[in-house]
Write a protein that binds this ligand. Structure first.
Ligand code: BGC
Length: 744
């Protein structure tokens, strides 16, 4: 092991301040009274056995004993307010210094009231709604005693094989940054010591969304430039928004596991991004450095994590077991431990835990704070806004004047499929299923049959489904993936709909009845092979507690769909990873429509394309239909020639040219035509939801700043360059209304 002994001067430079805040003074004073063991305890987080266990080998420890000894800084996954209160009482009354425990939990898209999965929330393009849903989640979770959530997940990903795309905001760094900021603001509010706000955690630092082959936990390797342009922005934005904590990723990055990666955790996170909160590892990820093969044992793993300034270790206990000997051997200094312990105590101080360790939680407060009617209504509205209408031939939707609806499919009465992965304390029995939602909205008109299980035939199921469709005016078929086939450790090699479900859809379609497909999913899916079997396709995602009601709101036409994709839907698996913001290459595709395999090839295309499949996705990023139609025109670049550093203002008119009211998401895309490095063919740079009555128009205005135009230049500076730019405004990444400007 290489020796790293830090001096006090270095330590001070890490916190980047000479003036100590009240919180820091308090923490320093407390640290002066603490034993080394107690300090290491603050840097250790343990899990109780009652919650979700995501690692294979959570340390079996007697937590109560450790708490009494003052050797636990944080606990995750206690599942009752009484349990949290009891543990806090033990810490405060029975440990020597009575330092309160910081209770954490994965409150990812709701606590009791479950909102749509995060990917779906991003499809609302409604940052205010996302902020409010995080605020509601914080209000419920804090009432339970939780003061810290492991959210937002800021990992950009263009690979729907990776199950965790459900927890993020999709493929785009700009949209991801906006959503991440909204979540931080929602959780933390304006005052962390307010008893209804909780500490946010930016995860998984860093680049966890780009595992090779879409396989969870797999190696991440990319150029620094790619990383800075495409993956870093959401983490950075969330940190700038004041997120109090950061979680390290499981993966290695440039061949060094992030939990021991000093370049990432110290040079980038602390020194460059100026993060001054505390860093927690992911579940067991410190110990897992042994498996990665960069540490020969847990002691060396602890040493590497400490050397990278990882303040708190989640679950693996290597700090508690090894720090004393690392100090004795002179490999780690106590100053360094003081600094990390201080980061954690400062957070506890700012949360107000030292004023009142019980300010978060209490069984009575919890009962009064959950499932509030207005929060449920809000969740319903968010779910509605998150659903994306991909196709609506012959205006099959909404179901006006329909007398008999055959509701078919494996998820029609499945509460679990409404909630998705990471459901906090949500209850599947509280979730409004699609069957309930439609039956409430269309009393006496719905016949519900499952038809099949997600992956298996049901005896007589197909025949029953076909009968139901024949006896109905329309078949509403609910297909897709179960809730637990998304999220962590749910990677797939295919994102096509399982075979048996396709069979069901084909059988129903063969009846000749109009078919509406409701797609339940936690990821983008490859739909080309079955798209023609449905007249309308509405992606409902895992829509949360109020899912079924929100589905009914849209299917009935009480509201018009307004969600737009935050992730491209590929045609087939082979196109993955797929993103709208790809580079042009030196040989852009020659083919809009490629030849079929029967084509006699005189010449190969010798351009960047597939032999028989277009490069384009089936449904692009930003895309989403409404029951009405919108037209974009009159683009105006207000100042088409600007100097470096100046803003560019772009306006366009949007008109509702259909016959019902609706909401469109106006999107601004930009292309830097010639730069010192290759730039994406399009990049999202602004968006706005616009509600319009039939015939009504509005002007949308976007301001492009120098920062919006900045990228990682050839010289590795993150800044803009002069040159010519194109812009487009419209309702998807395919927008055709074009303008241009020049930066001199
Ligand atoms: C996940 C994290 C999560 C943690 C605690 C890990 O397996 O990767 O996202 O916050 O468990 O539950």
């Amino acid at each position: 092991m290489k020796k790293i002994v830090l001096t006090v001067a270095v330590v001070l430079s890490i916190c980047g301040c000479s003036e100590r805040t009240e919180a820091e003074k308090f923490a320093d004073e407390l640290i002066s009274k603490m034993t080394l063991r107690e300090k290491i305890g603050q840097m250790s987080q343990f899990v109780t056995s009652t919650g979700v266990v995501t690692g294979p080998e959570g340390e079996k420890m007697n937590i109560e004993q450790l708490v009494k000894a003052g050797e636990v800084g944080s606990i995750l996954n206690i599942t009752t307010p009484e349990g949290i209160e009891k543990m806090q009482r033990l810490a405060v009354d029975s440990s020597r210094l009575g330092i309160p425990i910081l209770f954490g939990h994965d409150i990812i898209h709701g606590c009791k009231v479950i909102f749509p999965i995060n990917l779906a929330c991003a499809c609302t393009w409604n940052t205010e709604a996302v902020k409010e849903s995080a605020r509601i989640a914080a209000a419920e979770a804090s009432a339970m005693g939780i003061a810290w959530t492991f959210s937002p997940m800021c990992d950009v990903s263009a690979d729907p094989r990776w199950g965790r795309v459900s927890e993020g905001s999709g493929e785009d760094p700009y949209l991801g940054a906006k959503m991440s900021v909204a979540m931080v603001e929602g959780y933390q509010g304006k005052d962390l010591s307010d008893s209804s706000t909780i500490l946010a955690c930016v995860k998984h630092f860093v680049a966890y969304g780009a595992p090779e082959a879409g396989r969870d936990y797999n190696t991440v390797d990319m150029s620094e430039r790619m990383f800075r342009d495409r993956y870093l922005p959401p983490y950075k934005a969330a940190i700038n928004a004041g997120a109090g904590t950061v979680m390290t990723a499981f993966n290695d990055f440039d061949a060094i596991p992030v939990s021991g990666n000093r370049k990432i955790l110290k040079d980038l996170l602390r020194d460059e991004l100026g993060f001054d909160g505390f860093v927690v590892s992911d579940y067991n990820s410190v110990r897992e450095m042994v498996r990665h093969g960069v540490a020969k044992d847990e002691k060396e793993a602890a040493y590497k994590a400490l050397s990278a300034y990882l303040d708190m270790e989640m679950t693996s206990g290597t700090y508690l077991n090894n720090v004393e000997s690392l100090i004795k051997e002179g490999l780690i200094s106590e100053d360094m431990i003081n600094q990390m312990c201080r980061n954690i105590l400062v957070a506890k101080y700012e949360l107000g835990l030292f004023d009142d360790p019980f300010r978060y939680g209490g069984a009575e407060r919890f009962r009064k704070s959950i499932y509030k009617e207005k929060d449920l209504e809000f969740a319903r509205a968010v779910a509605r806004e998150s659903m994306v209408l991909l196709k609506n031939e012959n205006k099959v939707l909404p179901l006006h004047g329909i007398e008999r609806i055959a509701l078919i499919g494996p998820y029609i009465s499945c509460g679990e499929a409404m909630l998705g992965s990471w459901i906090g304390f949500g209850e599947k029995d509280r979730a409004v299923t699609i069957e309930q939602g439609l039956k409430n909205r269309f009393p006496g008109k719905v016949t519900a049959v499952k038809g099949c299980d997600p992956y298996q035939h049901l005896n007589g199921g197909m025949a029953e489904a076909v009968r139901a469709a024949r006896n109905a005016d329309v078949a509403v078929v609910t297909l897709g993936l179960p809730g637990n086939i998304s999220g962590e450790s749910a990677s797939l090699v295919t994102v096509e709909i399982p075979g048996v479900q396709k069979e069901l859809l084909a059988a129903v379609k063969a009846t000749g009845k109009p078919v509406v497909l409701l797609l339940v999913t936690g990821r983008a899916m490859a739909l080309e092979s079955m798209e023609n079997l449905a007249d309308a396709i509405l992606v409902v995602w895992h829509p949360g507690t109020m899912g079924g009601t929100a589905v009914a709101d849209l299917v009935s036409g009480d509201f018009s769909p307004s969600g737009h994709l935050a992730m491209s839907f590929p045609r087939c698996d082979g196109q993955i990873p797929i993103r709208y913001n790809h580079k042009n290459t030196g040989r852009p595709s020659k083919w809009k429509v490629p030849p079929t395999p029967t084509h006699k090839f005189g010449n190969k295309p010798y351009s960047s394309c597939y032999m028989f499949t277009p490069n384009t996705p089936l449904y692009p990023f930003g895309y989403g239909l409404s029951y009405t139609e919108f037209e974009y025109d009159r683009i105006e670049v207000v100042n088409p020639e600007v100097a470096m550093g100046e803003n560019v203002v772009i306006r366009a008119r949007v008109t509702n040219v259909g016959d019902s009211e609706g909401v469109t998401v106006a999107q601004l895309y930009m292309r830097d035509l010639v730069a010192s490095t290759t730039r994406p063919v399009r990049e999202l740079k602004g968006f706005e939801r616009v509600a319009l009555a039939p015939g009504q128009s509005a002007t949308v205005e976007f301001t492009l700043t120098a920062e919006d135009m900045a990228f990682c230049r050839e010289d590795m500076q993150y800044a803009q360059e002069p040159g010519d730019f194109k812009v487009w405004v419209g309702d998807s990444s395919d927008a055709s209304l074009e303008g241009c400007f020049t930066v001199k």
